[in-house]
Design a protein around this ligand. Structure first.
Ligand SMILES: Nc1ncnc2c1ncn2[C@@H]1O[C@H](COP(=O)(O)OP(=O)(O)OP(=O)(O)O)[C@@H](O)[C@H]1O
Ligand SMILES: Nc1ccn([C@H]2C[C@H](O)[C@@H](COP(=O)(O)O)O2)c(=O)n1
Length: 426
């Protein structure tokens, strides 16, 4: 269903709404119905007594939609009067892939109940069309939903708010494929193609991808091992990959590759659809470099697809780590057209040790790194997602001992697996 058709209230009736009070508790689910329902304590707690709204940015185009949602969040945060709570919300068709539409649930407890005016002003300002649903409480305690629509007939239409059961699949997992994680180069490529007008840097990135693909040769029969080192920030990847490079006489590569470094900040500022497509394409450039280099030497890679998928999944899946799909889900499948490494090692340290290393290093932190620091829930989800990725799955390495001991441990793993001749580091 095109988003634009959702401007009519009746269209929302086949859908379920999810409101997330916070990341640690279960979301609240409700639906719209022409029939009233029995009293529900959860809904009572969510709807409380103030004025309530759901706000969605409606665009047919996925790039515009992703940007409009992010802009709406900023605009609401800036323009709402004090006393308003802005909660993440979404609407979806239970267990139907790609059906999730993100929006916001707004509780207006401001002194003058002026959130509606602020929202209407945003609606008038455009250019993005907003769908605003408003909820009112009847004397008998029922909640009714109507739209803040221009046409009077549409404004008159009302539906009962009724509780809905939690779906089997957490709604935030419904849109992951091709919105957060890409499983073919073509799919990520298309996203950046659609961005060329609004983000001119996309063109340069696409050209670099095409250049590398032309040189890409995936047909060497005899390859040297390709060892990927993964892990959260400050777990020791840079330290280990540099030592491995020397110890194995290997070529050291990273993803995203150096040629994309100047574009990274630009794409990091974009919503997940665009940002993740950028990192996905980075992996294909690195893959082409791996294919070239592994024909004459072992290759060590600092981050690759495990990072791209794990961070994207952990960000997309809201709430607790139990909401992550189980091992075996298609979302953890390695992209069919991406060069597979021979070995993936996941460096693991305790949160306390990682924080100590981060603080000691004292470098600027990206927003996501800062989030990792303050948000243990997110860190656990990244870690879990790393471990759920299959074919190739990663081998967890305890990276808390000294750098030299970690290196020895890893050399041992590599030697055992490949019978490689590596210098002794006793
Ligand atoms: N085994 C270790 N024991 C103690 N300190 C370590 C160890 N390995 C690395 N460090 C220190 O921890 C800090 C982070 O290490 P490093 O830069 O190698 O991590 P990283 O995983 O590459 O981080 P990022 O992903 O953020 O670039 C550095 O100050 C480094 O010297
Ligand atoms: N192959 C990669 C590498 C990195 N990312 C993303 C994931 C995090 O947001 C961030 C971490 O990188 P770092 O700060 O350690 O340079 O970059 C990715 O998606 N794919």
């Amino acid at each position: 269903m095109a988003n634009r058709s959702l401007s009519r209230l009746a269209q929302w009736c086949s859908r379920v709404f999810m409101v997330e009070i916070n990341q640690k508790t279960e979301p609240i689910y409700f639906a719209l119905s022409s029939k009233p329902s029995a009293h529900n304590i959860e809904l009572e707690a969510l709807f409380g007594s103030g004025k309530l709204f759901s706000v969605y940015a409606l665009c047919d185009d996925r790039v515009q939609s992703a940007r409009a949602h992010a802009e709406l969040k900023n605009a609401l945060a800036e323009n709402l009067p004090p006393g308003c709570a802005l909660l993440d919300s979404a609407s979806f068709l239970p267990d139907i892939k790609s059906s999730l539409i993100k929006g916001f649930f707004l509780q207006d407890n401001s002194a003058l109940s002026s959130a509606e005016r602020a929202v209407t002003q945003l609606q008038e300002k455009g250019p993005v069309r907003l769908c605003v649903l408003t909820y009112t409480r009847e004397e008998n305690g029922e909640y009714l939903c109507s739209t803040v629509a221009e046409e009077p007939a549409e404004r008159e239409r009302k539906y009962y708010v009724t509780p809905a059961p939690a779906p089997q699949r957490h709604p935030s997992t419904l849109n992951i494929i091709n919105s957060d994680v890409f499983y073919q180069m073509e799919d990520a490529y298309k996203v950046l193609q659609e961005c060329c007008d609004i983000i001119p840097e996309s063109k340069a990135v696409l050209e670099l991808v095409m250049e590398q693909q032309l040189e890409f040769n995936n047909s060497h029969d005899k390859r040297f091992p390709v060892i990927v080192i993964e892990g959260l920030d400050a777990t020791g990847k840079t330290t280990l990959t540099c030592s491995l490079q020397k110890a194995l006489g290997a070529v050291l590569l990273k993803s995203p590759p150096q040629c994309l470094a100047c574009f990274r900040q630009r794409f990091d500022a974009e919503p997940p659809l665009i940002r993740r497509a950028f990192y996905a394409l980075g992996n294909y450039i690195t893959a082409a470099q791996i294919a070239r280099e592994s024909s004459h030497a072992p290759v060590v890679v600092d981050r690759y697809w495990h990072s791209t998928a794990a961070y994207a999944i952990a960000t997309a899946v809201s709430g607790r780590e139990e909401n992550l799909p189980a091992v075996g889900s298609e979302i953890y499948e390695w992209p069919s057209d991406l060069l597979r490494p021979s070995l993936v090692l996941l460096l693991s340290v305790s949160p306390e040790e990682r924080l100590r290393r981060l603080t000691h290093r004292g470098l600027d932190k990206t927003e996501e790194e800062s989030q990792l620091e303050i948000n243990h829930l997110f860190r656990r989800k990244v870690d879990e997602a790393y471990k759920k990725i299959q074919n190739p799955a990663c081998i967890v390495v305890d990276a808390s001992p000294s750098p030299e001991q970690v290196l020895q441990q890893v050399l041992c793993l590599i030697k055992n697996k490949y019978n490689l001749q590596t210098p002794d580091h006793q």
